[in-house]
Design a protein around this ligand. Structure first.
Ligand code: SF4
Ligand code: SF4
Length: 719
């Protein structure tokens, strides 16, 4: 990938007595190295991409420790990687983004959890839930319960998070069960410090290999009849062993408080937000000293019934703070209290929202209700008034700005190579009419926002072609599926392309070949020009893969070539030829390209070398102000400004300084026959003698044509 993690990598070398400072997810990376891990892998996705990104660039550290790194093509292959821990005493860790990644991995996870492990198996799940999430609002909790895997949800504190990694491996080994370490967005990005330890080389590693395979053991296969015995083991041996470890090692924490007849039980990941909400009511300080005793569940599955009952036994009422729906923990605690014959009142959903992220606002509301109901002697009226007035202020501010501020939907980066393809789709649809468009996961999903508003459904990563398979035969026009090259390798090659060929599908597929999985932070994929380790291509190519599978109609086009792209789309959607038609739209991710160019340009400028930059502009005098260019392009560099002509009132289009000169404007103006107002400018830094002479000549000619004015007197751009 293009971003350098050189600074972060240095912190992975810290040893005993050093202090690690940084983000939660990087602390996890360091904790893995301290835990004697033998192999790591995963599939990138927010908020855990950095875990693999950093390790990819730390190959020398991994080599020293003999750790194998596998950058998997999807989460299923990452989960299957943990199969190494079924038979061998090797600790392994994989990571992905949930809930989507856990969905993809679920088959392998079920098999892994049933067979059980002898080496510690840890899954770092980036729980992308709540505000800022980009996926369906579901939780990994259900997967942990149904497959009998343990779920850690550490409070967002670097020492607790890193301890959870080390305990996670030990817990996995002692109970022969894979462990999921759930890290919410805020836990991944929380910053802090923890006392570092020296990295530990695993007993089994690339540098210390196993002499041979383990003896055949049918019981290590998740196959009947072994599965019947494994189900019993889960309940009769693994679960009690896990509960004992959780209790013996104090994985859950009891935070004391003086209001002893009430208490709060909270998922560890929500602890910081809860403490902030308690502060709002004057019931805690910024350092976690709370008046309400709190049981922090750094392990949310399994619960330890005796620990829950012991905490609740002396309390009249307890508030369960469990984000999301269904309320698995709250229901389980109800059952624990009944079985223990305890009459402690349990509050939770109702006082707190049934679903959605437990923001500090939501928690403050819930706590207010709890304290008023169960501790009426505590005066929260001042806090309530302050909270109420903050909400009123927000309403007032919303009323003031609401009607005037337009929504700002996310959009493609400036100069993105995927934008022109959607312009081409709009232009093609002008002629052939609207078609059903199956969208997909990836940057191209940004086309579902204005000005494109394209995409009838999104069914998962790499699933667009499969999702169009049922629609196509029911329509009198062909359907169009959009897929990224990341989605193609993740899933689309089989679930979409192979399936379409097998079923004689007649749809059209556009594959955006930008060279990376850009939406997750620009990681390499099998068809990238560079490979993660040595910078060399891996040899996988989308076009030859399609042809090898049997796709007969394939076009490989420059994504910025609007005219050819529009023509090919029209042909693919209307040709009498049956069968799957695939257009590969090629254009490097502009974000990755600009990162590379910027550092190259900075180096060249410092060295006094000639650097050429291209920008587009719009001639105010020619622009008619109809803004078709903006509607067809959507580039954030295209904006409007007041019309300088006093006789015209419509604002004219304008290109701001963010333009990266991708050329899409010119293509749109030309292909859509919009207007001749676009011009291209070349900005030369450190011009050569030839540049200067050339420039003076052009200015002289222009001056002569302009009636004698001498623009040659102006400095050369970049001088
Ligand atoms: S990250 Fe790359 S592919 Fe994604 S919107 Fe930006 S330029 Fe386009
Ligand atoms: S050339 Fe046009 S579309 Fe491309 S970056 Fe510049 S303003 Fe945006």
């Amino acid at each position: 990938m293009e971003r350098s993690f050189a600074k972060e990598i240095e912190s992975l070398r810290l040893g005993d007595g050093d202090t690690f400072r940084g983000e939660g997810i990087l602390a996890v990376t360091k904790a893995l190295l301290q835990s004697g891990v033998s192999y790591v892998g995963g599939y990138q996705g927010a908020p855990v991409s950095h875990l693999i990104d950093v390790l990819v660039q730390s190959q020398d550290i991994l080599d020293d420790l003999g750790i194998h790194l596998e950058t998997c093509t999807n989460e299923a292959s990452a989960a299957a990687l943990l199969g190494a821990s079924i038979n061998y005493p090797a600790r392994g860790c994989v990571t992905w983004k949930a809930i989507v990644g856990t969905n993809v991995a679920s088959d392998a996870l079920s098999n892994l959890a049933s067979a059980g492990v002898v080496g510690g198996a840890l899954i770092v799940v980036g729980e992308d839930y709540g505000e800022g999430a980009s996926v369906i609002q579901e939780r990994s909790h259900a997967y942990a319960m149904k497959s009998s895997m343990w779920l850690l949800d550490p409070r967002p504190d670097l020492t607790t998070i890193t301890n959870s990694v080390e305990h996670g491996f030990a817990l996995s080994e002692i109970s022969n069960t894979p462990v999921m370490l759930e890290l919410r967005i805020r836990a991944c990005h929380v910053t802090g410090e923890f006392p570092a330890k020296a990295n530990v080389a695993a007993k089994v590693s690339r540098n210390s290999r196993l002499p041979g395979p383990s003896a055949f053991n049918y019981d290590h296969l998740a196959h009947p009849p072994a599965t019947f015995m494994q189900e019993k083991l889960k309940l009769e041996q693994r679960l009690p062993a896990a509960r004992k470890y959780i209790l013996d090692h104090g994985l859950n924490e009891v935070m004391p408080g003086d209001l002893n007849d009430v208490g709060i039980i909270v998922q560890g990941g929500l602890y910081n937000a809860l403490n902030r909400a308690l502060m709002n009511l004057g019931l805690a300080d910024a350092f976690g000293q709370s008046r309400v005793p709190t049981l922090v569940l750094n392990v949310t599955y399994p619960l330890v019934p005796e620990q829950i009952s012991a905490f609740c036994a002396s309390k009249r009422a307890v508030l369960m703070v469990e984000e999301g729906s269904p309320d698995y923990i709250e229901q389980a605690i109800h059952a624990i209290l009944r079985k223990a014959d305890l009459n402690t009142r349990l509050h939770g959903k109702g006082m707190l929202p049934e679903a959605g992220e437990y923001t500090i606002e939501a928690l403050t509301r819930g706590l207010l209700a709890f304290i008023k109901a169960e501790q009426p002697q505590i005066d929260v009226s001042t806090a309530e008034a302050v909270f109420g007035s903050a909400l009123e202020n927000r309403k007032t501010a919303q009323a003031l700005i609401g009607p005037t501020l337009p929504q700002r939907p996310p959009t493609f980066c400036t100069g993105c190579p995927e934008r022109p393809v959607f312009t081409a789709i709009k232009l093609a649809e002008r002629e052939i009419g609207k078609v059903h468009i199956a969208a997909d996961i990836g940057c191209h999903a940004l086309a579902t926002f204005a000005p494109f508003s394209v995409g009838h459904s999104i069914l998962g990563y790499g699933m667009s072609l499969a999702s169009a398979a049922g629609v196509g035969p029911l329509m009198n026009k062909r359907s169009l599926a959009i897929m990224g090259d990341g989605g193609f390798w993740h899933n689309g090659v089989l679930s979409g392309v192979a399936s379409a060929l097998f079923n004689r599908g007649d749809g059209v597929l556009v594959i955006m070949q930008n060279g990376y999985t850009s939406a997750t932070g620009v990681q390499y994929i099998p068809s990238s020009a560079g490979n993660r380790v040595d910078g060399q291509p891996s040899g996988s190519d989308i076009e030859s893969t399609l042809k090898a599978l049997g796709v007969q109609w394939v076009r490989r086009l420059r994504s910025y070539g609007l005219k050819d792209m529009t023509a090919s789309l029209k042909e693919a959607l209307t040709t009498a030829r049956k069968g799957l038609k695939v257009i590969i739209a090629e254009g490097e991710c502009q974000l990755a390209r600009q990162r590379r160019l910027r550092s190259d340009e900075t180096r060249a400028l410092k060295a006094g070398e000639r650097v050429l930059r291209t920008r587009f502009g719009i001639d105010d005098a020619v622009c008619t102000g109809d803004h078709s260019c903006i509607r067809l392009s959507g580039c954030p560099s295209l904006t409007i400004k007041p019309n300088p002509d006093p006789l015209r009132t419509d604002p004219v289009a304008s290109v701001n300084s963010g333009c990266v000169g991708c050329g899409h404007c010119g293509e749109v103006a030309h292909a859509a026959v919009l207007c001749p107002s676009f011009y291209r400018t070349e900005i030369v830094h450190n011009p050569t003698l030839w540049d200067r002479l050339n420039d003076r000549f052009h200015r002289a000619v222009i001056g002569w044509l302009g009636g004698g004015r001498n623009p040659a007197a102006q400095p050369v751009a970049g001088e």
